[in-house]
Ligand binder design. Sequence first.
Ligand code: SAH
Length: 237
Amino acid sequence: MNLILLHPSDLDQQGYARISDPRRLAHLRDIHRATPGSRLTVGVQDGSMGKAQLIELTREQAVFALDSLTDVAPPALPVHLVLALPRPRMLARTLEHVTALGVKEITLLHTKRVEKSYWQSPELLPEKIQQHLILGLEQARDTQLPNVILSKGFRPFIEEQLPDLLREHRGLVAHPGMPMACPRGISEKILLLVGPEGGFIPWEVEKLLEVGCEGMHLGPRILRVETAVTALLARLF
Ligand code: SAH
């Protein structure tokens, strides 16, 4: 946690913040080895960042006196990531990585090779998703929570959502074996589609290309979803 992420409800009117959840308290104690007087980087969820002084640390709570928080969060990546829903543990890690890298729009999509049972996983509960996003924000020193949408039908996504998204974004489908190599140094808005662990089926790739997406590859190595997403974002931007 390179940033202590505060919820607006942690703040009072007098410029103090109080946290009482075990995760952040344990982190302050065990990783930061913070003691009263320590100055730490803090940020308010969806707001600004700056320094704060720890003035009290007990088993029950930590109290901070905040400087005026004037630093702005780092810029977001101009990308909407459409990720075929991976298995729960991979999802957790991927959400954390892409949040740390600056992705703010994430759609989790059903495709043929996504196991139906994944949609029942407790990892998809809003509070669980939020936990992973928060870990990514704390890691990267960012405060802007990404927006995560669940899209449980491939066909409705293609027919109802994709055409609108492609009006504002250049659509790129990551698929091994496509003729075009993944572009580099992009500044336009990208809709990046990444397949499930078993890949997109040929029919899905065909549909995506039909509505106006471009297929692209990352070289001959087949990467795991979390590695592929990280490599794609790094190369694109
Ligand atoms: N077994 C599948 C690959 C699945 S990898 C197949 O052979 O098609 C999971 C996802 O990561 C893929 O659907 C793709 O979106 C992305 N990916 C992994 N390696 C890639 C590569 N070399 N080029 C393009 N996309 C890749």
